[in-house]
Design a protein. Structure first.
Length: 71
């Protein structure tokens, strides 16, 4: 521990995979070609915005794991 809310890793973590999932509006923007997946349906077939956000996160995590070669 460095402080009350900070820790020091002996072996620092590093990023080995990343992914981005976007909705239609983001996909139509100037960075649209950079997203791994662009969905037309902003709710991804879910009943609520919160459920859709959870699904976006799940898909992004799954894709990042695949891109890192860990699946």
């Amino acid at each position: 521990m460095i402080g009350k809310q900070s820790i020091l890793f002996h072996n620092p973590p590093y990023i080995i995979g990343a992914s981005s999932i976007a909705g239609k509006k983001e996909g139509e923007g100037p960075l649209g070609h950079l997203f791994d997946t662009v969905w037309e349906d902003p709710l991804l077939g879910q009943d609520t915005w919160e459920d859709a956000e959870s699904e976006f996160m799940r898909q992004a995590a799954e894709k990042a794991i695949q891109k890192a070669g860990l699946s």
